[in-house]
Ligand binder design. Structure first.
Ligand code: FAD
Length: 401
């Protein structure tokens, strides 16, 4: 296929600069709230302090929940219950943006909790059946199975009888979820997690893809391009899909566990699985887009990124190869509350776009919210970009009032 490396912003069929489109769903009041939250998350020490303070004050029963719910939770989450997140789904749908409901209860550790998560996922899949604004579902393997067991499998360790039973339960749960997605004809994205449990996740995802992706990609796995071994893995998966006559569903992300990966590799003295620099990760990410374009007949992707250059590059490849903006094999996806300039402008130009929308009890989403804030402070330039576009939109609104 025809590929040109250089991104020529002005020639692209979409621009991410129109803030009136980006913030069409936000009132003046909501825009000010977003501004204040992003200002606050610029300070890493304050973010660390506030996330610890929030956990502590909630754990001792102080009434801070309404404050959290009206601020950071509102910015990054859909709500606690269906009545609340349904409003967000409806709002996003007005801008032709789909919602990927992300059941954000973290820290589940026993069989009862894993079964509850499975039921919640089946409930989301059922909702998606009749709701065109929920294009697919997403899940974390650690929400339906034990982290320790996934780690043991990944390290090729021998399992005890109990562990073997537990492993079978994880497989059964996953199969029930993927089968329901298949019957509903809506994809399920399996998130990528820490490298030391990822081999087990990959194994499960590959089994499910070969079983349920015969006609189209229902099960999507995820590759993290901050890992230097993932391009080769992507190529292997493509060969596997071709020889097994099934479609490869692939979510492409940079990776969310950078600090933990580096810390563990250093502590246990093995070679870090992570690229040495951000620019190497960027190169790998864009390489994955190129590989995808070359294999679009057998691969369907979700491009999970807030990186404007990567989004522009894919838009450019699509234009050069005369692929329709709403090509059924291509989805762009961002997290709710972030990079609205990318999501809303892409959707406005007719591209397939969705937002990951976490929901669940405020207390249970705290680890997600803390990670969001901490990750954001760690991403060089991300916060200033979020602030820059909000400031630009506020100025624009003042000038038209
Ligand atoms: C829809 C969606 C789904 C996602 N699903 C997953 C998932 O399943 N698993 C997962 O792990 N993450 C997931 N993420 C998070 C994602 O991996 C990134 O952490 C986040 O999106 C930031 O990367 P970026 O491409 O948006 O932006 P950018 O700001 O361009 O990139 C930041 C990223 O670059 C990498 N990076 C930063 N500094 C360095 C460095 N010094 N050396 C090497 N690499 C570096 C890190 O991955 C960092 O997160 C998802 C994100 C989205 C939007």
């Amino acid at each position: 296929m025809n590929k040109t490396k250089k991104i020529k912003g002005s020639d692209l069929p979409v621009s991410f600069e129109d803030t009136s489109i980006a913030f069409q769903h936000k009132s003046d009041h909501e825009l000010i709230l977003s501004y204040l939250i992003f200002r606050l998350t610029k300070n890493p020490f304050l973010v660390k302090f506030l996330s610890q303070a929030a956990k502590f004050t909630l754990s001792i029963g102080l009434p801070v929940k309404p404050l959290i719910k009206a601020t950071v939770f509102k910015q990054f989450c859909g709500g606690e219950k269906k009545e609340e997140y349904s409003k967000v789904i409806a709002k996003l749908s007005k801008a032709a943006i789909g919602t990927i409901l992300d059941y954000s209860v973290e820290g589940t550790k026993d069989e009862v909790g894993f079964e509850d998560t499975k039921k919640e996922l089946l409930n989301i899949i059922e909702q998606s059946k009749s709701n065109p604004n929920i294009p697919c579902t997403c899940m974390k393997m650690t929400a339906i199975g034990s982290f320790e067991l996934l780690e043991k499998i990944s390290a090729n360790k021998t399992l005890s009888e109990d562990e073997q039973r537990e492993w079978n339960s994880i497989k059964n749960r996953l199969d029930v979820i993927c089968k329901a997605s298949y019957q509903t004809d809506k994809p399920i994205y399996i998130d990528a997690e820490e490298s030391w449990i990822q081999a087990a996740i990959d194994q499960l995802a590959e089994e499910m893809m070969s079983k349920y992706n015969k006609n189209k990609a229902i099960v999507f796995t995820t590759i993290q391009l901050y890992r230097w071994d993932r391009i080769d893995y992507f190529k292997r998966l493509i060969e596997q899909a071709r020889s097994g006559s099934y479609k490869l569903g692939m979510k492409i992300v940079r990776g969310a566990y950078l600090e933990g990966e580096r810390e563990r590799a250093h502590r246990l003295e093995y070679k870090s699985p992570i690229n040495a620099t951000k620019s190497e990760t960027d190169i790998e990410y864009n390489k994955a887009l190129e590989i995808f374009i070359d294999n679009i007949d057998v691969v369907e992707i979700c491009v999970g990124t807030h990186n404007e250059n990567s989004c522009k590059l894919l838009v450019q490849y699509m234009a050069e190869n005369k692929l329709a903006n709403n090509h059924p094999h291509i989805y762009f996806s961002q997290l709710y509350g972030m990079s609205d300039n990318i999501s809303f402008n892409l959707a406005n130009a007719g591209y397939n776009v969705s937002k990951y929308l976490p929901f669940g009890p405020v207390e249970s989403t705290l680890p997600y919210l803390a990670r969001r804030a901490e990750e954001n402070t760690a991403i060089a330039g991300q916060m200033s970009k979020e602030l820059e576009i909000i400031v630009k939109e506020r100025k624009r609104r003042k000038s038209v009032h």
